[in-house]
Design a protein around this ligand. Structure first.
Ligand code: NAI
Length: 334
């Protein structure tokens, strides 16, 4: 069987090739790599393939899924946890198997969240640049201790819980909001309703999925509820934030700092080198002008351990499907 791998980067190729080599001698699977994202324009590349392997910014709407099914594709293998980019109802109607990698490394994203918080709080990114220019002045680099601060986690799944363990270890008071809080959270923090969490937290970090119910979860009204001067961190999905409202909150100085690893319109930008291009997204460019905003390009997951796990689980999911066995990682329409 041939598998069309879309949005393939050199590191995807390396880890998928390694995983495939480890598990098959006979060559029953062949990977075809395409740097293009999957869309209606690129869907024909999957001609002759039994499966496609895709990532966060590939668009699997009803039209693309219908075109895939018409070409004989039977399985959609997500190399990520989130599946907000797949029309699951359409996939079910077309009889397509869709599976994801639910937990490739919660610690990778939770630790990256910490990296963002510590960088913004202690200005290590600015200190790095200053020192290289021979400027050892400390003015402008003043931070505050994390110890004793209140951290509000929105979403207490695998990543939220890993973040709770880390913040707890730093001596923070941890609040968590989740419609279904896991029992394991009780030893680390206190469950709270969203308005109370927003009002009490010095740092608010998002770890819930992007769903119709969570789109723009942090809009102008929610941002207004946040403690003045608080820090907001989003390593989950860009659509959880109303970016326009976030910019207003930064301009009014109500929001003290922002770190984002994800952005609602990121598919136009992220995972590619645009250093020689003129970026036409004025909202994104405005974000980059704030000294108290840190933006990274969806790299929270990007560790060796996570990429290895993504590759292994991707092939496990396909094997499950081919053997006709129930797959715990299948994404089902609700
Ligand atoms: P998970 O499925 O283990 O946990 C999600 C949690 O969010 C669940 O406990 C669920 O009950 C909760 N939740 C659902 N609706 C909610 C709401 N309205 N408010 C608060 N909580 C709500 O997912 P996991 O593995 O912890 O991942 C969380 C998100 O992180 C993913 O959906 C994905 O969008 C993002 N992610 C980002 C990565 C990156 O590289 N930056 C990498 C991997 C995931």
């Amino acid at each position: 069987m041939k598998i069309a791998v879309f949005s393939a980067q050199p590191y995807d190729r390396r880890f998928l090739d390694d995983a495939l080599a480890r598990r098959q001698a006979g060559g029953a699977l062949a990977l075809q790599y395409f740097t293009e994202p999957l869309s209606l324009q690129s869907v024909a590349l999957a001609q002759g393939c039994g499966a496609v392997c895709v990532f966060v910014n590939d668009a699997l709407d009803a039209g693309v899924l219908a075109a895939l099914a018409a070409q004989g594709v039977r399985a959609v293998l997500l190399r990520c946890a989130g599946y907000n980019n797949v029309d699951l109802a359409a996939a079910a109607r077309l009889g397509l198997f869709v599976a994801r990698v639910p937990a490739y490394s919660p610690e990778a994203v939770a630790e990256f969240t910490l990296a963002l918080v510590l960088t913004l709080n202690r200005h290590t990114h600015r200190a790095y640049a200053r020192v290289r220019e021979g400027n050892f002045a400390l003015d402008g680099l003043l931070g505050s201790n994390l110890h004793g601060k209140t951290v509000g986690l929105i979403g207490l799944g695998k990543i939220g819980l890993a973040a709770a363990r880390i913040f707890h270890g730093f001596g923070c008071r941890v609040l968590g909001y989740d419609p279904a809080p896991p029992a394991g959270f009780r030893a680390l923090g206190q469950a709270a309703q969203l308005p109370a969490l927003l009002a009490a937290s010095d740092i608010v970090s998002l770890h819930c999925p992007l769903l119709p119910a969570t789109h723009h979860l942090l809009d102008a009204a929610a941002l207004a509820r946040m403690k003045p001067g608080a820090m907001l961190v989003n390593t989950s999905r860009g659509g959880l934030l109303d970016t326009g409202a976030v910019i207003d909150a930064l301009k009014s100085r109500h929001l003290g700092a922002l770190a984002i690893d994800v952005y609602e319109q990121e598919s136009e930008l992220f995972f590619h080198d645009h250093s020689a291009d003129i970026i036409s997204d004025d909202v994104f460019q405005r974000l980059l002008t704030f000294p108290n905003v840190l933006v990274t390009g969806h790299q929270g997951f990007f560790t060796t351990e996570a990429l290895r796990e993504i590759a292994e689980t991707t092939f496990d999911n396909l094997e499950c499907h081919r053997a006709g066995k129930p797959c715990a990682n299948a994404c089902l329409a609700t």
